[in-house]
Design a protein around this ligand. Structure first.
Ligand code: DI6
Ligand code: FE
Length: 405
């Protein structure tokens, strides 16, 4: 990973989206020692304040580096065949109950070595980076044994060493019931609580613990056991909840102080209130909604009314969202969920960082790590409006220009 740049660099006359709002005037931004050191309207900029700084870019739109706060980027194989089955009318749940779906990716992932998983995952990571990502969360969940879950997490950590990107890892041992535990779900949950979580924590391989709280996943009671174990090991909590039905998984997660509840198409008002009270972020995943051709919309209006922070992520995974293009997610969040472009962009920067417990990221403000994107567009809303690869002019990681065109 490149080390922090110690040089002083200036971006001049840029339109800034700071992670929450678009600033009114063209700005000049100073980066020093890997951090944002100054931010002025260009008209008020005084050269003496940035003596010795090199001009790194001029014009265009400057945003925080994008934060993809929910991905399943590490896996082997693909599920194009299931995509065709679903188009013929077979449902995601039917495929899962017949032993396909997540379990089909589990078979391929168990059979793959760490190096094979790296080789399979790097092109997906590179696609995210080419679209402006500087922080990515990566979940396990296609191993479902202690060794295979740790293998996935190790691969995720290694990806972060192979590329200039921050990788946050999440243990998703409770993604699906592996076939060898058929009829013994509680025993599998014990394995997650008593072996997987302690091992992942001891090796420093997981930043958080996630669950799939669903009829085809795990019950709220089982998820609660997992949250207790996660808490006992000092790990943050997240949930896949209310994706296909309403089991109260979001409210349960909120009760345990979860960083986020993700998917939430079936969330009701009581659930929204629970998120608001706990400060839990609602992570919207329009890619999965789109690919599954869902019709139940997440309760956006209620989330707004209760002031619940909304993040947007790719959910990049082989089944429900084989899409590695975060700016497309911004577009889908607007077209499918009716977010405003500002909400969508904030959802992929400041709010996404919040969903990872990283309040220092996803913002352009003095003191923040200089993870930035310079785009060849006129105004920030274009990132959500047009779907177009290749608009990224520079990607800046820790103050260093790691990609330039
Ligand atoms: N919900 C999802 O949309 C992904 N995981 C989950 O719990 C899908 C994962 C997959 O189908 O492989
Ligand atoms: Fe997911």
């Amino acid at each position: 990973m490149p080390t922090q740049s110690t040089s002083k660099q200036l971006w001049r006359d840029v339109q800034v989206f700071d992670g929450l709002v678009q600033l009114d005037e063209a700005m000049t931004v100073l980066v020093e020692d890997g951090r944002i050191a100054g931010l002025w309207p260009s008209g008020e900029f005084n050269e003496a304040r940035a003596e010795g700084a090199a001009c790194a870019g001029r014009g265009g739109v400057l945003t925080p580096g994008l934060v993809d706060c929910h991905t399943h980027l590490v896996y082997a194989g693909n599920r194009a065949g299931e995509f065709e089955q679903r188009l013929e009318g077979v449902s995601y749940e039917e495929i899962a109950r017949a032993g396909g779906g997540i379990l089909s990716s589990v078979r391929a992932t168990r059979a793959a070595s760490e190096d094979e998983l790296i080789a399979a995952s790097l092109p997906r990571l590179d696609a995210l980076l080419a679209d402006g990502v500087t922080t990515v969360e990566i979940k396990s969940g296609y191993g479902l044994t202690v060794a295979d879950e740790l293998k996935m997490l190790r691969v995720a950590r290694r990806l972060g060493e192979l590329r200039p990107v921050r990788v946050i890892t999440t243990l998703l041992g409770a993604h699906a019931l592996p076939p060898e535990y058929a009829g013994r779900a509680d025993d599998y949950v014990s394995l997650v609580c008593d072996e997987m979580i302690p091992a992942a924590a001891a090796e420093g391989l997981a930043d958080a613990v996630d669950v799939f709280c669903e009829g085809i996943g795990f019950s709220p009671a089982q998820c609660e056991r997992i949250y207790q174990a996660a808490k006992a090991h000092g790990l943050a909590i997240k949930a896949h909840a209310e994706q296909l039905s309403n089991l109260g998984g979001s409210a349960l997660a909120a009760r345990y102080g979860a960083l986020s509840a993700d998917h939430i198409e079936y969330l009701d008002e009581a659930g929204v209130r629970a998120l608001a009270e706990a400060g839990t972020v609602a992570v919207l995943l329009p890619g999965a909604f789109h690919v599954l051709r869902e019709t139940q919309l997440p309760p956006i209006e209620l989330l707004r009314r209760y002031d619940v922070p909304m993040a947007v992520a790719s959910d990049a995974n082989p089944g429900t969202s084989p899409i590695c293009m975060p700016t497309l997610m911004a577009n889908l969040a607007c077209t499918l969920f009716r977010l405003t472009p500002r909400e969508a962009l904030s959802g992929m920067t400041a709010q996404a960082a919040r969903a990872l417990g990283r309040l220092d990221l996803g913002r352009i403000e003095v003191g923040a790590p200089a993870d930035l994107c310079l785009w060849d567009i006129q105004q920030p809303a274009e990132l959500a409006y047009a779907v177009q690869a290749g608009r990224l002019r520079q990607r800046v990681f820790n103050g260093e220009v790691v990609y330039a065109r």
